[in-house]
Design a protein around this ligand. Structure first.
Ligand SMILES: Nc1ncnc2c1ncn2[C@@H]1O[C@H](COP(=O)(O)OP(=O)(O)OP(=O)(O)O)[C@@H](O)[C@H]1O
Length: 245
């Protein structure tokens, strides 16, 4: 089921068209990859989906509702969470405290109240274990390596129990083993019914974990399909993979 649709989105910054008539969707239970060269418009499209950037044209629909004019916090309350390329954690708080803050915010303002809801502290412990942060739980967030800080961003996003998770280059800074575990985690999250939309430069990871991939080039969608279809697409090879595959 399509949960998110960013339809026919155009974003202009003065004379620069960062995104041109692009349509991208994400389905519940699937991992969707959004790839393209530097400057292709991926982050701008994420900003349109989360409400940080108003599109010049086009619409964003989430769970059947037009949210194009909704504020960022209203979208978050409906179940959209994201991580940033630039890390956003509170540097002087520990890794555990950072996750706890997000869990507490969700506990107070969350859209779904469950009868047997876990406490914020229980949620934080569970998520720290789940993303593999146990070893770092007591370290101040600004002292952990970049890859670990990205996992912290993921744990903070998951603390909001989102229906749609937007991940902006989540694997950079991770070791090969950590990237492998991260890919498995993405598959698990999709298996639980979440929609995952991921911007990522690691093509092995994209090809391994994604159900579908959309390719942007100079702001426009040049291909969309399964990883195998996209890999075989001659426009994609020319524009992005440089024939190197
Ligand atoms: N606030 C802004 N003002 C003017 N131009 C912008 C702004 N934000 C992005 N751009 C331009 O829009 C284009 C798309 O940028 P964007 O960051 O969305 O690409 P990207 O695909 O995420 O790139 P990367 O892979 O390097 O992160 C680029 O040409 C960029 O310089």
């Amino acid at each position: 089921m399509t949960l998110l649709e960013a339809a026919d989105v155009t974003v202009r910054f003065g004379g620069v068209t960062a995104v041109r008539a692009a349509t991208v969707d994400a389905a519940a239970g699937q991992v969707t990859g959004l790839i393209g060269p530097n400057g292709a418009g991926k982050t701008t499209l994420f900003n349109v989906i989360t409400g940080l950037q108003r599109p010049t044209r086009g619409a964003v629909r989430f769970a059947g509702e037009d949210i194009t004019r909704r504020a960022t916090h209203e979208r978050a309350r409906r179940g959209i969470a994201r991580t940033f390329q630039r890390l956003e954690a509170f540097g002087s708080l520990s890794v555990r405290e950072n996750v706890l803050v997000a869990a507490e915010i969700h506990h107070r303002h969350g859209r779904r109240r469950r009868r047997h809801q876990q406490s914020p502290a229980q949620v934080a412990e569970r998520l720290i274990a789940r993303v593999g942060l146990d070893r770092y739980a007591h370290r101040p967030a600004d002292t952990v390596p970049t890859g670990i800080a990205r996992l912290l961003e993921l744990a903070r996003a998951l603390a909001l129990d989102p229906r749609l998770l937007l991940l902006d280059e989540p694997s950079s800074g991770l070791s090969t083993a950590e990237t492998e575990a991260f890919g498995e985690l993405l598959r698990e999250l999709a298996g639980e019914g979440k929609a995952v939309l991921i911007v990522e430069h690691d093509m092995d990871l994209i090809m391994r974990v994604c159900d579908r991939v959309t390719v942007l080039n100079f702001g426009a969608v040049i291909a969309s399909g399964t990883p195998a279809e996209v890999r075989a697409d001659t426009d994609v090879q020319r524009a992005y993979l440089g024939g190197a595959e």
